[in-house]
Design a protein around this ligand. Structure first.
Ligand code: DX5
Ligand code: ZN
Length: 218
């Protein structure tokens, strides 16, 4: 299914209200829920782990899209799968054995995602195209929400779509997606758009209408 899906990142939501925030954005039209796991080691920020994912799982009716910004990855794959992740995405830069990592993710029954940092070329994904269900093209350096979209990554999206050919692989964009940048990456072949600040700005669980307006604007 190549229709464009919006995946709000709960990194930009109220951390004391994940359940209510998720219900609010889903009611306002979110297609997937993007969950940013950071370890303070692979990226310079810390968020939360599998226990939090398990706690929010019952509040998600759609797809729980877990983006692991952690190293190492392999010791934690089962924990995130058991927490109910539908998609588990690992970074190619997070370790020397990404092929093994993707195999291990698929072995849990979850969909396997491969994330590429802005400094990593599309060619790095070439040996892995039959191992993945999703490629996440980072359009900011991972670690924080609210950063500026890196335009040089758009060309990488087009290259990856060409490389993927007729395989069933989503291309997800993560970082700085807003109503201005979204059309650029969709034209290049992306079909899943993660958005944090551009979805949650101006709204709250008590005033969720802006979430819907923001989603439709993207
Ligand atoms: C960045 C995270 C993103 C982040 C995007 O490390 O992976 O998912 O939440 O935030 P915005 O949309 O604000 O750039
Ligand atoms: Zn993310």
């Amino acid at each position: 299914d190549r229709s464009v899906k919006i995946a709000p990142s709960i990194l930009a939501s109220d951390f004391a209200n994940f359940g209510a925030e998720i219900q609010a954005v889903e009611a306002q039209g979110a297609d997937w829920i993007h969950v940013d796991v950071m370890d303070g080691h692979f990226v310079p920020n810390i968020t939360f782990g599998p226990a939090t994912c398990a706690a929010i799982r019952p509040h998600i009716k759609t797809v729980m899209d877990v983006h692991l910004m952690i190293a190492p990855v392999d010791p934690y794959i089962d924990a995130f799968a058991n927490a109910g992740a539908d998609v588990i995405t690992a970074h190619i830069e997070a370790g020397p054995h990404i092929h093994r990592t993707l195999q291990a993710i698929r072995a849990t029954g979850a969909k396997a995602g491969l994330a590429l940092n802005p400094g990593t070329p599309a060619e790095a994904a070439a040996p892995l195209l039959d191992m993945v269900d999703l490629i996440c093209v980072m359009t900011v350096n991972p670690g924080f929400g609210g950063q500026k979209f890196i335009h040089s990554c758009v060309q990488k999206v087009a290259q990856l779509r060409e490389m993927i050919g007729d395989r069933e692989v989503h291309i997800e964009i993560d970082g700085g997606v807003d109503p201005t940048t979204a059309p650029l990456v969709v034209a290049a072949g992306a079909d899943v758009l993660v958005a944090g600040s551009a979805v949650f700005k101006g709204g709250s669980v008590d005033n969720p209408v802006p979430y819907g307006e923001n989603i439709r604007a993207i």
